[in-house]
Write a new protein. Structure first.
Length: 123
């Protein structure tokens, strides 16, 4: 069992629940946030070892969440994986340019997500 903490930021409850169940079965400690503001508050209160974040969310999108995290020394190096339904290459390039460590397009296989999580936590 790994015990590393992972924060999932996504406005879709079913996606958060599925990822959470799967990652907990793999031994991860999982926190959830329903939007970008809640995600930033969660990071401030209990910094995770890795963040999985949706790009398109109301009020504060994933790009803004990542930009705010990368501004602070305490959170600048937390591995960050974007989940997105968008297939736009410009969005992916932009996300990587502002500091995302990886992109995973929805729909995705949980095995793909797990491989990416393991890789980013190991780097």
């Amino acid at each position: 069992m790994s015990g590393e903490k992972i924060l999932i930021i996504d406005d879709e409850a079913s996606i958060r629940a599925n990822i959470q169940r799967f990652l907990r079965l793999e031994g991860y400690v999982v926190q959830e946030a329903v939007n970008g503001f809640a995600g930033l508050a969660s990071v401030a209160a209990n910094p995770p070892d890795l963040i999985i974040c949706d790009v398109m969310m109301p009020e504060m999108d994933g790009f803004m969440v990542l930009a705010k995290l990368r501004e602070r020394t305490e959170t600048a190096t937390i591995p960050f994986i974007f989940l997105t339904a968008s297939v736009e290459q410009d969005d992916q390039r932009f996300g990587l340019a502002i500091g995302a460590n990886a992109y995973l397009s929805k729909p995705f296989k949980l095995s793909e997500l797990l491989a990416m999580v393991r890789q980013k936590l190991a780097s």
